[in-house]
Ligand binder design. Structure first.
Ligand code: SF4
Length: 389
């Protein structure tokens, strides 16, 4: 399949947040009001009007942030409408809005449904108010439950919940309570992320001055293992390292990233990828708006992956998925069997019991799943064999 026929999606970055969570290093901004939201969305629509559209079918639109649910849903509807004026958005396209508990009402959710949004990704993060306060989340546990209930009542049948493990002071019992509490809400999809302490965040400062302590690595690993087993027993199958879904509810948009399929991106700091070219916009929200308003290209920078880099990236991103790398799909995309191209490194990883190679696919083993970063590093450094074209 070439980029002309590959499915593609659109990422729309909404950078506004009510408050900054202690662990967050995303491109967000607080303290902006409704007139800024309106101005920003006008810039998004204007940027969209100049985008070069890929040739294949559109399969997803993803509003990420920031907190997309903070802006008036009519503004998100305007973006969806502008998209539909330039491309065919099939009825089964996945349209997701990242949502924070405490930022939606029945009426807002109703407008999103009307606009075609069919998936909500709700940032729950924990089910202990003490942890939510410590992370500077704007909501409590009751707001998580209210948001899911309102979403169901508004007609949403595809709901994803996010949670973080390895929080400061978090015990295994608390994590189990979080997972059980989220499962009880009967989501179609769950994303469970290990806490990462990013430089420059308040969390990092708290850690550096000894104000907080993280759980031991063994405890964090146990949290991940326990959740994987519990969710599988509960019918949510692991399909990627951090993601679980009832079969049929895997995130189509995330799959674009893991399969190196094309995605366009709108908004401050947003990253796009088409056929080996990756480019991203300026991060500053005001600067982004000004540039678009002045009819200037808001692209900050870009890189072109070589064919080898693209193959390596495809391989390690593919291995993050439970299905692994389909050898036929790789061959169709790059013209060679990945097992012949990367024979040496794949054999070494297989000898360490980190992956398996079958005639159909290359897949991580249970052990490989636990140390996926080690596998990724080995693949990123691997030289492909020279094969006749
Ligand atoms: S709501 Fe999300 S994007 Fe906003 S500060 Fe918190 S983690 Fe970051």
């Amino acid at each position: 399949m070439s980029a002309l026929t590959l499915p593609w999606g659109l990422y729309v970055h909404i950078p506004f947040c009510q408050a900054r969570c202690t662990y967050c290093d995303f491109n967000t901004i607080t303290g902006m009001g409704e007139s800024d939201h309106v101005r920003y969305v006008e810039a998004l629509v204007r940027e969209w009007s100049r985008e070069e559209i890929p040739g294949g079918p559109m399969v997803s639109i993803f509003f990420g942030g920031g907190t997309p649910s903070l802006v008036h849903p009519q503004l998100l509807a305007q973006v969806i409408q502008a998209v539909g004026e330039r491309v065919y958005v099939p009825p089964d396209a996945e349209i997701t809005v990242e949502t924070n508990p405490g930022t939606v009402t029945d009426a807002k959710l109703g407008i999103l449904r009307e606009a075609g949004v069919n998936r909500l990704s709700i940032g729950a993060q924990a089910r202990q108010n003490s942890h939510l306060v410590a992370l500077n989340r704007i909501h409590d546990v009751a707001a998580i439950d209210d948001t899911v209930r309102m979403a169901r009542e508004a007609g949403f049948t595809n709901i994803s919940l996010d949670a973080i493990y390895g929080l400061p002071g978090q015990t295994l019992a608390e994590w189990q309570e979080t997972v059980e509490g989220l499962l009880a809400l009967r989501p179609q999809h769950l994303s469970l992320y290990a806490l990462i302490v990013e430089p420059g965040t308040p969390l990092k400062q708290q850690l550096d001055r000894g104000a907080i302590r993280l759980p031991h690595d063994d405890v964090t690993a146990e949290m991940a293992d326990w959740a994987a087993q519990r969710l599988t027993d509960g019918g949510l199958m692991p399909y990627e390292i951090s993601n679980y879904a009832i079969p049929g509810y895997e995130s189509r948009h995330n799959r674009l990233y893991w399969q190196l399929e094309p995605y366009l991106a709108l908004g401050a700091g947003a990253h796009a990828y088409v056929e080996g070219r990756r480019w991203w916009n300026v991060r500053g929200v005001r600067r982004y708006m000004e540039m678009v308003e002045q009819e200037r290209d808001p692209t900050d920078s870009e890189e072109q992956l070589s064919r080898e880099e693209e193959m390596r990236e495809y391989l390690w991103l593919g291995l993050r998925q439970r299905r692994g790398v389909d050898r036929d799909e790789f061959r169709a995309r790059f013209g060679h069997d990945p097992v012949l191209l990367f024979q040496a490194v794949l054999a070494a990883l297989r000898d360490q019991d980190l992956l398996t190679v079958s005639p159909a696919a290359i897949q991580l083993t249970r052990r490989g799943w636990d140390v996926a970063n080690v596998v990724a590093r080995a693949l990123v450094d691997a030289e492909p064999a020279e094969l006749p074209s």
